[in-house]
Ligand binder design. Sequence first.
Ligand SMILES: Cc1cc2nc3c(=O)[nH]c(=O)nc-3n(C[C@H](O)[C@H](O)[C@H](O)COP(=O)(O)OP(=O)(O)OC[C@H]3O[C@@H](n4cnc5c(N)ncnc54)[C@H](O)[C@@H]3O)c2cc1C
Length: 488
Amino acid sequence: MQHRKVDVAIIGAGTAGLAAYQATKAHTESVALIERGPAGTTCARVGCMPSKLLIAAANAAQHTRHVERFGIDIDGTVRIDGEAVMTRVRSERDYFVGHVLDSMARIPEQDKYRGHARFADANTLVIDDQIRLEAERIIIATGSRPTIPEPFQLAGDRLVTSDTLFEWATLPESVVVFGPGTTGLELAQALARLGVRVRLFGRHGSLGILSDDVVRKEAERIFNEEFYVDTQGDAKIIERDNHQVIVSFTERSTGNTLTERFDYALIATGRQPNIDALDLLNAGLKLDDKGMPSFDRYTMRCRNTDGQLSHIFIAGDVDNESPVLHEATDEGRIAGDNAGRFDSVYSSHRRSPLSIVFSDPQIARIGLSHAELSARYGDKNVAISEYSFDNQGRARVMGINKGFLRLYGEYGSGHFLGAEICMPQGEHIAHLLAWAHQQRMSVTQMLSMPYYHPTLEEGLRTALRDLSTRLLLDAALVEQCMECGPGA
Ligand SMILES: Cc1cc2nc3c(=O)[nH]c(=O)nc-3n(C[C@H](O)[C@H](O)[C@H](O)COP(=O)(O)OP(=O)(O)OC[C@H]3O[C@@H](n4cnc5c(N)ncnc54)[C@H](O)[C@@H]3O)c2cc1C
């Protein structure tokens, strides 16, 4: 076995690992970046980019289907060439992966290690049983992978996840999707829009990233106008027959038990951090009952079993906190900077929470989610306004008038606290709201900003006006009640 020594070792050359590498190099030349492959990052290879490419094709088809309402005759039905759709997805995906590989090629060879790394002790990694790498500081940036619960294994080679779906040569006739979270919802709707027969099933009522029941119910209603979504179903795969899976489920509208055949089962029931094959117990880190290291989100530094701060850092999806790209980049940069400058470790600024689901209407969560709000403020201490896009001017003009949002504001300060939205082109308003949240703007300050006419933002303004009124009126009521004394 070869022996090597470095200042900093980074396990995983994904988004977080590459950001960590760049930040570390500003402090020391002695860095090892270890990747077991395939390289190219989850985002570019099997995540953000190929999923958005499939969605782009799906939305183009959907838009074309609806142009007749504007008086445009498309002369017949939309014909989808599944092979051409998947070819574009893969060739554009390869373009994005190529960019990542090009930037990795610029990393000096002596810094790059290929193989699976695991801890031999707190300062030693073993790579593929070939190299013993001693490192003064170590960054864990190993990402996550799809989970496949045992009952779905019945689908055999008809089972796909987001790791394998983009390799399809063409579009199948039918797909059952399990898991209505971000990935399941985005891909189910895209496939349905591309002419695939789709049913989407969940178990516990959740949809996308929504924790606000009012928005969630409205979203489920809207998506059901387009394809079958049951977030609280009892669907299960009962058999694999020839080249199909057979699924039984209770149909929501009739209560009848149905069995249906599908070409594929897409399992999108969640992802698990790549922490289990690292021999973490040898690293002396404090782990919770799920084997996850305890860490500080402002320094990305882990803690040892004795409670002392460790020289080991963690970043990206592997920490299971905010599994989105911009957070993985930030965490990688923070971990890399601190591991590089060790042991003067700095706390870094973290951005306001922002997550987006690229469904249509788009779903987004900004600032405090409704669930976090309830935990922090209780049920009564925040003002909530809501707004429907069903008759919003610009949305009607464009024929995309479906959607709903809820905004949350704090009594006293009048601060905007957060929002959950399911609205047309919601990614843009989600950004405006996230920027306002990070600036700790009050609802009054947000209302003093310019709103052009006619835009979707005017719908947001109406919701903010309502929130502003509620903050004043409800706060007055709370004060009155307080004056009424206990028990009033
Ligand atoms: C279908 C899908 C769609 C998505 N869409 C979006 C989106 O639209 N917007 C968004 O913001 N986010 C999206 N995401 C999330 C985003 O892709 C992730 O947050 C981001 O890629 C995480 O980066 P990472 O560096 O933590 O992990 P990765 O990029 O997965 O990097 C981890 C690396 O570690 C390597 N590795 C693991 N274990 C070891 C080991 N023991 N030794 C050596 N190497 C190891 C792996 O091979 C991998 O290359 C999506 C994800 C998926 C799956």
